[in-house]
Design a protein around this ligand. Sequence first.
Ligand code: ADP
Ligand code: ZN
Length: 621
Amino acid sequence: MEAAGSAARTEPADTGTARALEILRSVFGYDAFRGLQQGIIEHVIAGGDALVLMPTGGGKSLCYQIPALVRPGLGVVVSPLIALMKDQVDALRQAGVRAAYLNSTLSAPEAADVEQAMRQGALDLVYVAPERLVTPRCLDLLSRCRVALFAIDEAHCVSQWGHDFRPEYRQLSVLHERFPTVPRLALTATADGPTRSDILARLKLEAARVFAAGFDRPNIRYRVVAKAEAKAQLLQFLAGEHAGDAGIVYCLSRRRVEDVATWLCERGRVALPYHAGLDAATRERNQERFLREEGIIIVATVAFGMGIDKPNVRFVAHLDAPKSLEAYYQETGRAGRDGLPADAWMTYGMQDVTALMALLDAAQLDERQRRIERHKLNALLGYCETAGCRRQVLLGYLGERDHPACGNCDNCLRPARVWDGLVAAQKALSAVFRTGQRFGVGHLVDVLRGEVTERVQRFGHDKLKTFGVGTELDKREWQSVFRQLVAQGHLEVDVEGHGGLHLSETAPAVLRGEVPVAFRGDAAEPRAKSRRGRGIAPVALDSAATPKEEALFAALRTRRLELARAQGVPPYVIFHDATLLEMVRRQPRDLAAMSVIPGVGRSKLERYGETFLAVIAASQE
Ligand code: ADP
Ligand code: ZN
């Protein structure tokens, strides 16, 4: 695919653009570039350096794959994700691209074969682990090849500010020194200010053009539900909306991961645990199954997820609140990479507030860091408690303050009730004060509601003025009031004790009635109104689909899984769900009609066109 070598250099950039578009269509099967892709691709084809900041699912891969095919020579992709290189290369080969990878999983003879192919100009793209790339041997090898470009994927790994620091990324600055004329692109979905400047400085990309797409993931629907019986709530959510779908469930601790995975399995789902306490082989096996099979749920701690490029993760559920909004954005970002509808769903309750505060308290931090972490925690609580658009809060925190209300979060879809909570707040604070500022929410609610429990009697709390003054709210409503008082900073949690509450500096002003207090009414989880009626087909198929269309979609997925198994590749490497859905919608009858389905390039048409046409024809009988 190295045509147009000299022509591309002497003629106007248009030639490069035309070539890029031709490759987009014939190799990848797509009609048009998305968002910033075209600008980036033209810039790199013309030899420029670039920093590409794009959310997950934005389409970063094509930004280096297409220039590598248009420019003469070999595209070198640096990626820290050795476990995923094979899948990435398999996907390219399926599309007819001459691709290979070099990492420690290859035997010496296999690596020698790849190196020879590189020297002979028989490859368009090679994926290399960073620690290998910077060895003198590999650099020498490259200096004997014609290099079209360097793409540095997951570029935030170069920065200590990011969450996945990899020291070996620092040495990649050598690429600029050894190959000053070869264009370089750094790509990442993480783009906070400090990380961005760090990438530019550390990789010596000061002259690079920065292409920054916004953070919004419009296809993800954000939801937070008040935690009652978290596992049962999760099951209801899954049964109602994601019966056949793959997804990720995040929990805070390893024990809880194991517990939830077992619990889901007992209820008929395939759920696999993933946390740092499992041995590497088990972790790898579970990740493999998640990628290669359909409908698997991974129950994980935050140890799971970097670079997971499974496109059809239909939901990310948090049974425990994440540590920060940045973390939440990253974790939920693994859903809906294919652009089809996906859910980010969280249960949140007082336990989460207490647990996060305890973590913060236990951390070894200096005063300044503690203030920053405290600020992050407050932002997270603000997101969980907001009655406004969740997306606005999330994106506002990431620096994008001008988004309109989204229409695709729980608060937009069912506006939350906001009520004047001054009197309730005063009653709650007064109960805290009169019981000696050391009891937890459970007992305080009993006192307010006038429950004569053993504890209440033992401490003589039935004699207090606040005893029984709060019968207008039920237990859950009072729990919500206490949680929001903590989130609003009027109460503080004694994390060393047993979650006892005490008044903060701002509490007296509330007690005196000097500041307004508003609460969000906790909506009960809306009745799982299945998007699918029957709730068995994947959410991706829209609700107007007929049973026949559902059956066809299932048959196409089955065929895809068989083909994937036979070749030892993940199903999405054959076709994405979006491509199968288009087949359901258009029902092509011949190869010509099949060839215009998005995601069906020339190579895949040849390999799979007839097979999938046969499945479609059979369904029409
Ligand atoms: P990222 O690496 O930014 O997370 P990917 O490169 O994996 O995103 O692309 C996300 C999805 O979007 C993939 O399914 C990819 O095939 C698809 N995609 C990318 N560019 C286009 C395009 N121009 N038209 C249609 N689909 C595209
Ligand atoms: Zn919204």
